[in-house]
Design a binder for this molecule. Structure first.
Ligand code: UT7
Length: 322
């Protein structure tokens, strides 16, 4: 059976930057509060008319170039998103058409902030079983479209962006293990409480926005991610010191620091982008990975732990040899 190896990464962030100072003019908040409670300094916001697929395409083309792959070589496309362009077709199908390719399976995965880990786990299984040889996985979000810009408890937290990677069959590892979990009993703590089928009138009138009991989500995230770290190490027979880089979902610097402490990793070994990107949900891990590969921090042979926690609740991790 083949392993699945990351052979290229890419990223795209919309041009418009919204700083904490900008938000101070929109809601009753302060730069100090946002920085101290979240670690966020600024985030990117898609322009009017700029869609999740636009962001996904830019990141995907960047990843294909890094991998030295032509679009026609892709035989699987998975897009992790909670903010798809349309009800249907899936953003993955729209992306396939943009890339000018035909026939390969293309579908979206919806696991909110854990979406990218879910997509990576699914793609890895396709490759390990021989069902695919060259997968394109994208995490892409335009969360700005589902925020209530008058609610200071949520609008300061999120940003837009996309990250992508190419995963290819290889005789050497590769993705070492993936770990996926969910518990739908917590759906009320982090939700957009309306949609196509439930309260469609609120969905149609644009009232369907992110609602979060931040403090409760925070506590669950810290505890759950701590357990996740132990699960990954145990499953692979590894010690904390075997992890070279933590590439976490970027929701809050305090959550990231708690996970790093659990791993005994100094913050110099943790990739942090939450300061500049905010929480980009499914896009945050591939954006962080791409940043650390391009600036030379993550080198071939490094052991990477990616982890995420988000709405659902969903949570998961991937251990990867780069
Ligand atoms: O990615 C998916 C998973 N999501 C997460 O992991 C997010 C998890 N949660 C968090 O990151 C944090 O809970 C928040 C950053 C959302 C909030 O931080 P907190 O330390 O948990 O604050 P809090 O919710 O307990 O609120 C503290 C105070 C409240 O005022 P009172 O009731 O103490 O007077 C809020 O009203 O801060 C107030 N507050 C704000 N103040 C200024 C809430 N939002 C703001 C704001 N600016 N933007």
């Amino acid at each position: 059976m083949s392993y699945a190896r990351i052979t290229g990464t890419g990223a795209y962030l919309p041009e418009k930057v919204l700083t904490n100072a900008d938000l101070e003019r929109m809601v009753e908040t302060s730069d100090v509060w946002i920085r101290e409670r979240t670690g966020i300094l600024e985030r990117h916001v898609a322009a009017d008319g700029e869609t999740t697929c636009d962001l996904a395409e830019a990141a995907a083309r960047c990843a294909l170039e890094a991998a030295g792959i032509e679009p026609r070589e892709i035989d699987l496309i998975i897009v992790a998103t909670t903010t798809p362009n349309r009800v249907f077709p899936s953003t993955a199908c729209l992306l396939q058409a943009r890339l000018g390719i035909h026939g390969c399976p293309a579908f979206d995965v919806q696991a909110v902030c854990t979406g990218f880990v879910y997509a990576l786990a699914v793609a890895e299984k396709f490759i390990r079983t021989g069902a695919a040889r060259c997968a394109l996985i994208v995490g892409a979000e335009t969360l700005s479209r589902i925020l209530d810009w008058s609610d200071r408890s949520t609008c300061v937290l999120f940003g837009d962006g996309a990250g992508a990677l190419v995963l290819e069959a290889s005789e050497t590892p590769g993705v070492l293990s993936t770990h996926l979990h969910a518990d739908g009993h917590y759906e009320h703590l982090l939700t957009v409480p309306a949609g196509i089928s439930e309260h469609p009138e609120r969905f149609r009138s644009g009232e369907a926005t992110v609602q979060m009991k931040g403090n409760e989500v925070f506590r669950m995230a810290v505890n759950t991610l701590g357990r996740m770290v132990t699960e990954v190490l145990h499953a692979n027979g590894l010690h904390k010191s075997d992890i070279d880089w933590l590439i976490p979902h970027q929701a809050n610097i305090r959550i990231i620091k708690a996970t790093a402490r659990k791993l005994g990793l100094p913050m110099e070994r943790v990739v942090v982008t939450v300061d500049r990107h905010g929480n980009t949900s499914a896009a945050s891990i591939p954006l962080a990975l791409d940043a650390a590969i391009r600036d030379g921090r993550v080198q071939p042979g490094a052991t990477l732990l990616m982890e995420a926690f988000g709405g659902g609740f969903t949570w998961g991790a991937a251990l990867v040899r780069f």
